[in-house]
Design a protein around this ligand. Sequence first.
Ligand code: ADP
Ligand code: MG
Length: 406
Amino acid sequence: MAATSCPDVSELVAEARRLYEQVFGGEAPLTAVCAPGRVNLIGEHTDYNQGFVLPMALPLVTVVIGSQTSGRDVTVVTTTKDADEPRRVDFTLPVDGSPLSPGLPSWANYVKGVIQHYRAPPVPGFRAVIASTVPLGGGLSSSASLEVAFYTFLQQLKPDDGDKVSKAVACQQAEHTHAGVPCGIMDQFVSTLGREGHALLIDCRSLEATSVPLADPGLVILITNSNVKHSLTGSEYPTRRRQCAEAASILGKESLRDATMNDLEEAKDRLDDVTYRRARHVIEEIQRTVQAAEALKRGAYREFGKLMVESHNSLRDLYEVSCRELDELVSTAMEVEGVFGSRMTGGGFGGCTVTLLQAHAIDRTILHIQMLNLNSPDDNSNRNSLQDPVSLNVGGEIYTTTLGTL
Ligand code: ADP
Ligand code: MG
């Protein structure tokens, strides 16, 4: 049972359990599972271009607890920090294999999508409670941790015969068809296959994953939340995907994974400036990610950090998915001695930065970042100046796991 090595989890399970007993009149839930969020160290917007990514799973997790019921009714309750009250959804599973359509509330579509794509249908009725320490919409992939945790929960009710890769793919499909987000495979993949003390180099074309050890006690990864919500990605993300597909097609390639900078330079006349810049980011970022994984294997943290900063600058200038707050968090972190590198992480337009630094520099780095006031006087959006940094000694406890019978 992994709960003991992951301190947040037992508390989360207890919280979910209390809520379960309150909502379902004292009846005890039978099973508990969890799946992690992730931070992407490098390789941004490369996954849907069939390139490489290098994320690591986090000890921030989503827990699902619950029990099977005899009928076909489903009730799911979720408790999240962004809502005062727990939210609840009730629906009935279709009897004749007809699809379970997405609808309202929108958060429940992640659950419905996983049911729809579960590899051992039909799913029995159940009651479940979700609790999570992954911030919602913060670029740490609360969505994939919810999908993967839910899939793992369904496996407890009715085992499937798939492997971890097919599980990740089913969860990705759930997000595509039911949440309407055409995401790449990275988030579901690392949430399913992430290993303690390792980053995961994922080849998003072959779906091969290589664990890269990342368990140096002298090293810390700091995640800083800009607290800017990335809702803009709603329209910007599909636009970037379209621009990449367009660039690949003009270059005569199946995807930008197959293109080199030479190919791009030769085709420059046939590309408009924006499409050129989008493609350049992707082609160079794929190279950077492979180099960064090699650097990590050698313990060459300074080199790794330099690649992180190059990645950030490219996301800011060429791919145009950063924002003022993320840029300031990165440049502020880079001012501190002992910091190797820093960059925005996740889709962009807000969310978090990830910083690699020497363990002894952690206190002064957090202090320095906290002194940064991100609010500007004409700014009336819901930002605040406290960035809630989360510092992780690399090699933290990270699992997709069954916590066992309660
Ligand atoms: P990210 O994955 O970076 O956190 P997304 O926009 O992809 O951001 O996913 C966030 C959405 O996922 C939320 O708005 C909500 O609909 C859903 N979600 C994630 N975790 C939970 C949860 N614990 N309970 C309910 N919904 C959740
Ligand atoms: Mg997500």
